[in-house]
Each structure stands twice: as structure tokens, then as C-alpha cells.
Ligand binder design. Structure first.
Ligand SMILES: Nc1ncnc2c1ncn2[C@@H]1O[C@H](COP(=O)(O)OP(=O)(O)O)[C@@H](O)[C@H]1O
Ligand SMILES: [Mg+2]
Length: 263
């Protein structure tokens, strides 16, 4: 079922000894991690475990204090978030950040824009090329909106969308660059059950079409039914990675994490 894009042994994303300090706090502490193509990997752990910081390191929003991050074999350390994004490694934010006063369609078209300088010169030298490109981007945007169940919202301002629809917009935005890996930070938070079902269904659909996911999520039903492997972080470290069954029954997880969140 998951053979679509290489279940080859080479990891899509590889972290080695990745750390990040904030003053004297070591928020991420020597993380080694392989994320494989063709998988929906889950990342769980108590608040403050370092999950979002790890995403920020992978996405280039934060620089690691130590360690190496490779994506599709290429070293990502030191690349800007924009460069990482256009390499095909996309992330969504825990709190969606659309351009609220732009339409849904404009938000998507903006995500697909290449370097501003490149565009500027092409506008002068090859205006026809720019128009052609713009038409292709617009077509892709409509196709992506269709996939994300947002087609009828194209002309709406992003500010008019519900919280759940903004999560779908986040997903749509990153799909514009045809990513091979998408990092989702708490996609279920604040999303009503009906929209959550749509979101999960869309993630599974995209997964079948060959996109890998790494998902931070507190909703254990979602994690255990959708993700494999499930990776557990505590106090900046990855303490465990395995199948949902392995993780669910691990005493450290039951004590320190599941016990806490089910209250
Ligand atoms: N920009 C920052 N400056 C200082 N401390 C931070 C910063 N970002 C996160 N932290 C701290 O790092 C730790 C990990 O935070 P975070 O990665 O947000 O955890 P999680 O997403 O697992 O809840 C927490 O103790 C948090 O307070
Ligand atoms: Mg977080």
C-alpha cells in the first residue's frame, strides 16, 4: 500500500546529533532521526518536549547549535526557510499564518512564487514566459484547492475562513511547491470533527500519491490510527520510535505522556 514513492532504505530526511540551545536550556538535545519516504510519521511528546523547535530546525526557521540535517541527501543546515521550502520540504504552522487580507487563491499563488529577483528580470526580458508561468500556477492552485476541499473558497479572503478551513489552507499553500515531505504542526488543534475528518482524509490521499508526512499531534486517536512510525520526544530527546502498538504500550509513554493527556 505504501510502495508509491521509494520505500528504499535511504531516509528522505536524516538528522544526526541535532541540538538547539536557548541560553542554558537545551530544547533539542542530540537528536538522531530518519524519516522515510512513503510514511506518515507521528511526533508526540509532552508540552515543552522540543517538538516545535525540532520542526523549526528542520524548516530552517532556527539554526541548530550542533548537528547535521540532510534532506534527499543534501545538507540543509544554514539554508533560509524559503530555500528549504523550495527544495520540497514544507511545513505548516501550529497557528495558521495566512495573508488574511488576500484571497485564498492569492495566498496559494504567492506560495508558488520563485525568487523575487528572478521574476523581476523575467518580467523585463521574457514577459511572455511570466504570463505562461502565471497561468500554470493559477491552474495548479485550482487543482490544489480541489484536493483540499476549498475550491469554492478561492475568491474569499483568508480572514473569512474558519479555523479548520485555515488549516486546510495551510496544507493547500504548501502543496503549491509539490513537496516530497510535509511537516504538520498540530493539524487537529481547534478543528471541528467534520473538518478534521476531511483533513485526515486529504492527508491520507496525498500520502497515497507519494508525499511523506511528519505530524506533531496531541490527538492520540489520530496519531495511533494514521501514523507509523510514532516518534516520542521528551526533554529534547527522541526516547522511542516504533509502531503505534509498540509506543502505546511502552511504560514510559503511558506514565509520562498518555497518562497526562487523557486527564
Ligand atoms: N524562542 C525560544 N526562546 C527560548 N526558549 C524557547 C524558545 N522556543 C522554545 N523554547 C523552549 O524550548 C522548549 C521546547 O519548546 P517547544 O519546542 O515549543 O516544545 P513543544 O513543541 O514540544 O511543546 C520549551 O521549554 C520552550 O519554553
Ligand atoms: Mg509545539
Amino acid at each position: 500500500m505504501t510502495q508509491s514513492v521509494g520505500t528504499s532504505a535511504l531516509p528522505l530526511l536524516a538528522l544526526r546529533g541535532v541540538s538547539r540551545n536557548f541560553g542554558s536550556l537545551r530544547a533539542v538535545d542530540g537528536v538522531d532521526l530518519d524519516i522515510m519516504a512513503g510514511r506518515i510519521s507521528g511526533l508526540i511528546g509532552p508540552n515543552g518536549a522540543g517538538k516545535t523547535t525540532l520542526f523549526n530546525l528542520i524548516a530552517g526557521t532556527l539554526a541548530p547549535s550542533a548537528g547535521e540535517i540532510r534532506f534527499e541527501g543534501r545538507r540543509m543546515n544554514g539554508l533560509s526557510p524559503d530555500r528549504v521550502f523550495h527544495q520540497g520540504l514544507a511545513r505548516t504552522f501550529q497557528v495558521p499564518r495566512p495573508f488574511a487580507q488576500m484571497t485564498v487563491l492569492e495566498n496559494l499563488m504567492l506560495a508558488a512564487e520563485r525568487q523575487a529577483g528572478e521574476r523581476f528580470w523575467n518580467n523585463w526580458i521574457r514577459p511572455g514566459l511570466v504570463r505562461e508561468e502565471e497561468r500554470a500556477v493559477r491552474e495548479r492552485a485550482f487543482a490544489v484547492l480541489e484536493v483540499c476541499a476549498l475550491a469554492d473558497k478561492a475568491p474569499n479572503l483568508a480572514a473569512e475562513l474558519s479555523g479548520g478551513q485555515q488549516k486546510l489552507l495551510e496544507l493547500a499553500r504548501v502543496l503549491m511547491i509539490e513537496p516530497s515531505l510535509i511537516l504538520l504542526d498540530e493539524p487537529a488543534a481547534g478543528v471541528n470533527p467534520a473538518l478534521l475528518e476531511t483533513l485526515v482524509d486529504r492527508v491520507q490521499h496525498l500520502h497515497r500519491s507519494g508525499i511523506a508526512f511528519l505530524i506533531i499531534e496531541h490527538n492520540m486517536d489520530l496519531v495511533m490510527s494514521v501514523c507509523d512510525p510514532v516518534i516520542v520526544m521528551m526533554q529534547g530527546r527522541v526516547i522511542l520510535s516504533g509502531s503505534p502498538d509498540t509506543v502505546r504500550t511502552d511504560p514510559r509513554v503511558v506514565d509520562a505522556y498518555l497518562g497526562e493527556v487523557t486527564t
